[in-house]
Write a protein that binds this ligand. Structure first.
Ligand code: ACO
Length: 327
């Protein structure tokens, strides 16, 4: 079969920093509460003149530069996001900003699991021989969709974008296994939903006009879900990869909460030195968190070529999934 190589990574976050101290002037919270419960110390927030399009394109440009791939070679762009600039999709705009004239492009929505779902989608196009070069981007600007008066949610999130380049490889295969799951019956645990407001059209018909409900979350349910399902899905993906937990060099989880990372690592029997964590600086950046964290350790030289990474995304839907890959 056709192998897959991950040949580049890139990431970007907005320049504006809001630390826990600053947040405590906006809602009734404290640095102590936020850092002990979540491990988050600060987050980056997009200014009104920034766009999902621009941060997504910046992350992709960096990944392409690392991969030494010309943008005109890109066959497909998958943009995992829940916060597009345009509900018709932002991937086309990213394609234009990049100048990726040959590429097909679409948005993919699977909340905080979006990047993992995107990697798996990209892999199918490559394995079939359809496409050779795919850019997978995870990008979100959740600051535009949270209720800034709700301390239970607004303290958790930050904005950013990350990307990788996945390419067909005749010599090796770097995507070793994956597993994806959904449980829509638990959808109410974490929502960013529409609330159609009745809007009569004359006397003929009444339609629903869209207004949105900001992010609402049952934190304890989400915590329990993550700590149970994430170890399971990683074990299943490792089984498909024909690998054991001992062969994992790095655990790369969606950066939702340090306590979730610690609990998952403990359940899997993976030591803390192997757990990649950067949420102290960025909070939960949703679909962007895995590629941002990956790009940081790649550029720091922490991850070496050939290392085995177990990545898992989990979140609204509910959705969860894992990919096992070699850098
Ligand atoms: N500052 C101060 N106090 C707060 C805050 C805050 N920001 N938020 C809640 N509290 C209060 C509550 O009001 C409550 O007070 P009360 O007992 O007087 O009512 C108390 O703190 C405890 O609240 P809980 O919700 O029980 O706190 P918990 O220990 O469960 O921690 C947390 C909340 C951090 C959200 C936890 O449930 C968690 O980590 N859940 C996972 C959430 C998550 O990671 N979601 C994202 C994953 S999916 C995705 O990425 C989209």
């Amino acid at each position: 079969g056709i192998g897959i190589a991950i040949t580049g990574s890139g990431s970007t976050v907005p320049p504006v920093v809001l630390d826990n101290q600053g947040l405590s002037q906006i809602v009734d919270t404290s640095d102590e509460w936020i850092s002990t419960r979540t491990g988050i110390r600060q987050r980056r927030l997009a200014a009104p003149n920034e766009s999902l399009r621009s941060i997504a394109a910046q992350a992709a440009q960096q990944a392409l530069a690392m991969a030494k791939v010309s943008v005109t070679e890109v066959d497909l762009i998958i943009l995992a996001t829940s916060t597009p600039d345009d509900l018709f999709g932002t991937a086309s705009q990213v394609q234009a900003t990049l100048g990726a004239t040959k590429a097909a492009a679409f948005d993919l929505t699977a909340a905080c699991s979006g990047f993992v779902f995107g990697m798996v989608t990209a892999a199918q196009f490559i394995r079939t021989g359809t496409y050779q070069t795919v850019v997978v981007i995870g990008a979100d600007i959740l600051s535009r969709w949270v209720d800034w008066s709700d301390r239970r949610t607004c303290v958790l999130f930050g904005d950013g974008a990350g990307a990788i380049v996945m390419q067909a490889s005749p010599v090796s295969d770097g995507l070793l296994g994956f597993e994806l799951h959904n449980d829509g019956s638990q959808n109410g645990c974490l929502t960013l939903s529409y609330q159609p407001q009745p809007h009569p059209l004359g006397e003929i018909v009444t339609v629903g006009q869209g207004t949105f409900n900001p992010i609402a979350m049952n934190g304890q349910e989400v915590y329990r879900f993550a700590v149970k399902r994430v170890p399971e899905v990683i074990e299943k993906a490792l089984f498909r990869a024909n690998l054991t937990v001992e062969q994992v060099d790095w655990l790369l989880l969606h950066q939702a909460n340090q306590r979730i990372l610690d609990a998952v690592a403990q359940r899997l029997g993976i030591s803390n030195e192997k757990v990649i964590s950067n949420m102290a600086n960025y909070g939960n950046t949703s679909a962007a968190s895995i590629p941002i964290a990956l790009d940081e350790v790649v550029r720091a030289g922490t991850i070496q070529p050939g290392d085995v990474i177990a990545a898992s995304g989990f979140g609204a839907g509910l959705t969860w999934g894992a990919t096992i890959f070699r850098w």
